[in-house]
Design a protein around this ligand. Structure first.
Ligand SMILES: Cc1cc2nc3c(=O)[nH]c(=O)nc-3n(C[C@H](O)[C@H](O)[C@H](O)COP(=O)(O)O)c2cc1C
Length: 200
């Protein structure tokens, strides 16, 4: 699908067809493209829990305050950030480049994130935001739809996915087949109220 078409037709779907299943090949194809999303210093600090098991999807619906999308969607992807990615074997993030480049990145990562939980957290949110939109546009290309979600009880979802220490749940994205037409968009603000040429 043309990228502009994918952007225009992506909508947050409320009702998915519970009978639709994604093949594991399609799940892998989607995930392999998601990890091409950009991250600062290529630190790849996102961690994805992709849920295909119906029992787990239903548990997620419960902790998502009863919202139906996780239960009825074909795939639930919980996007998390690893707050320690910056210091976990950082040379591997530039392994295709000379060691000088790898060492420079390592030093920059230390400077920015060491003893700075706010930066670690901000970076997790940025990286997962990029990945979330990548998931949603890739889903369109695969003939599927999606719903980004933050309406869940954090601690309960953390238990369902067995969230490790030093990880943050940023959001989840449900992917599946839409079961009904969506209503008209809520109402976009005019471009000139949100975009400013060269400065505010
Ligand atoms: C971070 C984020 C969290 C959201 N959480 C939920 C949610 O929990 N449940 C839901 O039905 N929609 C959720 N949405 C969908 C928004 O309501 C929707 O994207 C917005 O109204 C714009 O509609 P559109 O995506 O169809 O253009 C969320 C969207 C974002 C970006």
């Amino acid at each position: 699908m043309d990228v502009f078409e994918a952007i225009k037709t992506r909508r947050a779907i409320k009702k998915f067809n519970p009978a639709h299943k994604m093949s594991s090949d399609d799940v892998q194809k989607l995930m392999k493209h998601v990890i091409l999303a950009p991250t600062s210093y290529n630190q790849q600090n996102w961690r994805f829990v992709y849920v295909t098991d119906q029992d787990v999807k239903e548990k997620i619906s419960v902790v998502a305050r009863g919202q139906a999308q996780p239960r009825d969607g074909s795939l639930v992807i919980v996007l998390c950030g690893d707050m320690t990615a910056w210091k976990t074997e950082p040379l591997r993030y530039w392994k295709n480049h000379p060691s000088e480049k790898q060492e420079t990145v390592k030093a920059n990562l230390e400077r920015k994130y060491s003893d700075n939980p706010q930066n670690q957290r901000d970076e997790a949110v940025r990286s997962c935001g990029m990945a979330a939109q990548t998931i949603m546009l890739a889903a369109k290309d695969m003939g599927l739809d999606s719903c980004p979600m933050v309406g869940f009880e954090y601690d309960d979802l953390a238990k369902v996915i067995n969230l490790p220490e030093n990880h943050l749940i940023v959001m989840m994205v449900v992917v599946g087949k839409r079961a009904e037409d969506v209503s008209v968009r809520g109402g976009q603000l005019p471009l000139n109220q949100v975009a400013f040429e060269n400065s505010f």
